[in-house]
Ligand binder design. Sequence first.
Ligand SMILES: [Zn+2]
Length: 257
Amino acid sequence: MSRKKRASRLNQDDILTAAQLLREARAAVAFTGAGISVPSGIPDFRSPGGLWSRYDPQKVASLQALRTAPEDVWAFMHEAHGMFSAASPNPAHTALADMERAGLLTGIITQNIDSLHQRAGSREVVEFHGSADRFHCMRCARPYEAVNLAALGGVGVPTCPSCGGVVRPDVVFFGEGIPSQPRRRAEALIAAADCILVIGTSGDVMPANTFPYRVKNAGGAVIEVNLGPTAYGALPDVRFDAPAQEVLPLLYDCAVS
Ligand SMILES: [Zn+2]
C-alpha cells in the first residue's frame, strides 16, 4: 500500500482525484454498508453495543428461528425497526442522492436494511440484504408494508389475515441466499460499472464483498471511504480514512463544480 493511500485524511488532492474518476466514469455505482448509517444513530449490528452484542443472530435472524421461535425473531425485529424509524439520513446519504440526481451515479447497492438511502432521495437502490420495511406471509407469500404491521398483531408475531400464516420481514437472514431480484439488479449495475464507491463496509460479508474486485478486474476504478482498515487493502485507487458524512459532500461539490 502506498503512503498516499494510507495517510489520506481528507487530502484535497485525493478529493480532486476521486471527483475526476467520478466525472469520467461512464457508470459509477455506490456500494454501502453499516458504516454509512452509524452517524444516523444506527450502531453497526456487529460493533460493541450493536444488536449482535445482545442478540444471538442464530436465535433471532435465521430461518430455523423463524420456524421454531418466531416470537424471538419478532422481538428483535420490532427493536430494530424502532431504531430505523427513529433515524434520519445523514449528509453521506444525501450526497449520494445528490450525485445520482446530477448524473454522477447510476445506482446504489446497499447491504443495509434501514431504507435511509431512499429516505434521502436516492431512486436506484438495490437492497441486497432486503428491507426491514417490507414483509410477507411465510405461508401464502402475500406482501405487507410496514404501515400495515400494527394491524397484523401489534407488538407480537404478526399473522396473515388471509391465511393465518406467520408474517416475516423481507430481510435476508443468516443461512439464506440473496433473492433473485436484488441479485439480478446488482449484477446489472456491477456489469455496467467502471467506477465503484465503497462506503462503510468492511468487505467481509459474502457474496456482496466481491463487487469492488469485479469492477477493478474489469478495468474500473475503486474509491473507498471507510474509517479504519478493511479487507480491501491496496485495492482502491483512492482511499479516504475519514467519515463518509464529511467526505461525500466534499466529493459531490468538487465533482459538480
Ligand atoms: Zn398468508
